[in-house]
Design a protein around this ligand. Structure first.
Ligand code: ADP
Length: 486
């Protein structure tokens, strides 16, 4: 790769932290753009101007040439404008403002026009490039919402000189979300009759169109957010019905582990913590734990380890493995447990019931809470992620930096970021189990608690984790190397 080369990157993302966030996609879109801008690249990050976004807070201003533009999707005509704002740290962001589509109660909806919202967003962003006379070298799509961009560039926009040298990359953040809609809505893509054979016919025959599949078929390259997940999604066990198309594109599929924004997630500078620590000052972590345990009303005995969870409460995250395991471990061993999360009712009910059954031992905070998330990372001794699948996962990497030992299942990004601790030679950063079942999780928890009871190896695994570096600079340079191959 020519290190001097400056890329023009049109980054398309349905959510961007901190403006709009439901998961890791928002963090990646913001952090990767920031790292690429810092490296001198011309990144124009587009995202919908949801009504929930505080426009004053991101200093959003109308872009003069991008006002009241017209767009037709299927039978519906829209008028949209583009605002230019800034993310914290200064990364520019272009907000596609179309109240008819984005002034809804939530970022994602189950409304009948969900696919129209994101086809319109994708087309609006590409139109905005045209209006700005700005030729992106790379259109970087993320997840199903913008996965039609490669097909649109090959069809509807194929004669547009501005895109003559544009290549496309699709990043899959989570293959569980695919953007499926009825084949009867195919006209919403605006393809000329001669281009309709490009739509994936087996899905059409089943009455469906799958947005993510078309990104997989037509992007110049595809990547996902860890090398292990890139391999896993080519199998029927993890591919969620798209593994056949991914295997066809396996030469163009790779995995790049996400980075961590250490300006946000580092116990040396964490703005949510009253005192800070590094590997040489772990006594501060012990004091933070004491304060946190007191705040939550948990057993204050400092010898009792604290386990933490911060998560969407979704099937993906594997909480049903805890149904039998946790009550048994809590009954047999000294352990305090704090959970922060919201999501599916069955898991919320399980953790609520657990907190009632073990007062002073288990605390469940239902909801989304940034401050509490940082405190859990800092104050806990161990952090649980028993995921069924995990494209990358961020919290295990945060845990490593905070000296909080991750207990994870060997899948996706968890497998790529946590190495099982070997007491023989003192290598490894966490406790890793293989099988997706209760006994495996129970083994992992007991192994971790046994390790905690031995100060020297415990100190070693904590320090090994704190020395890991998952910075965005590394991930961004891998993305640049990938752009260079397109
Ligand atoms: P996913 O994208 O599957 O939800 P990731 O681990 O990639 O999982 O990213 C989740 C992000 O959302 C992390 O930054 C995590 O701290 C945050 N998060 C999840 N649930 C909550 C919550 N209830 N409160 C605060 N932060 C949360």
């Amino acid at each position: 790769m020519n290190p001097q080369k400056r890329y023009a990157v049109c980054m398309l993302a349905a959510e961007v932290a901190p403006l709009s966030k439901t998961g890791g996609l928002a963090d990646v879109a913001a952090a990767l753009s920031k790292a690429l801008v810092a490296a001198g690249h011309d990144v124009r990050l587009f995202t919908p101007a949801y009504s929930s976004i505080d426009r004053a807070a991101c200093a959003a201003r109308a872009v003069p040439n991008l006002q009241k533009l017209r767009l037709t999707v299927g039978a519906r005509a829209f008028v949209f404008s583009v605002l230019r704002g800034k993310l914290p740290g200064g990364t520019p962001v272009f907000l596609v403002d179309c109240p008819a589509l984005f002034a809804r109660a939530s970022i994602y909806t189950s409304d009948a026009d969900e696919h129209v919202r994101f086809i319109a967003f994708t087309r609006a962003a590409l139109m905005a490039c045209g209006e700005m006379r700005w030729a992106p070298r790379i259109v970087h799509c993320n997840d199903w919402h913008t996965a039609f961009a490669p097909l649109l560039l090959r069809t509807v926009l194929k004669d547009e000189p501005l895109f003559a040298t544009t290549s496309t990359l699709l990043t899959i953040h989570n293959i569980g979300y695919q953007g499926i809609f009825a084949a009867s809505q195919a006209k919403d893509l605006g393809l000329a009759p001669g281009a309709t054979p490009l739509l994936y016919s087996p899905d059409l025959a089943a009455g469906q169109i799958n947005a993510l599949r078309h990104g997989i078929l037509y992007a110049d390259a595809i990547n996902t957010v860890s090398p292990t997940y890139a391999r896993e999604i080519c199998t029927s066990e993890y591919g969620m019905g798209l593994d056949d198309s991914l295997r066809v594109r396996s030469q163009d599929l790779s995995g790049i582990l996400n980075g961590v924004d250490y300006e946000e997630w580092d116990p040396r500078i964490d703005r949510y913590l009253p005192t800070h620590y590094d590997p040489a000052h772990l006594a501060v972590k012990t004091r933070l734990k004491a304060a946190f345990v007191a705040r939550l009303g948990l057993d204050p005995d400092p010898a009792i380890p604290l386990a933490g969870v911060v998560s969407r409460l979704a099937t993906q995250k594997g909480f049903e493995l805890m149904y039998e395991t946790l009550p048994r471990v809590l009954s047999q061993r000294a352990l305090n447990f704090v959970v922060l999360g919201a999501g599916e009712t069955q898991y919320e009910e399980f953790f609520s019931a657990l907190a009632l059954r073990y007062p002073g031992r288990v605390h469940f905070h239902q909801g989304y809470d940034e401050e509490l998330a940082h405190w859990i990372e800092a104050a806990s001794d161990l952090f649980l992620m028993p995921s069924r699948y995990e494209p990358c996962g961020l919290n295990q990497m945060y845990s490593l930096r905070y000296g909080t030992v991750p207990v994870v299942r060997r899948t996706g990004g968890l497998a790529d970021s946590v190495r099982h601790f070997n007491p023989e030679d003192g290598t490894g950063t966490g406790v890793v189990f293989n099988d997706f079942d209760g006994p495996a999780l129970e083994w992992a928890l007991n192994t971790t608690l046994d390790l905690y009871a031995q100060p020297a190896p415990w100190a070693r695994v904590v320090r090994n984790g704190m020395e890991c570096d998952f910075s965005w600079q590394r991930a961004a340079s891998e993305y640049l190397a990938l752009y260079a191959r397109l």
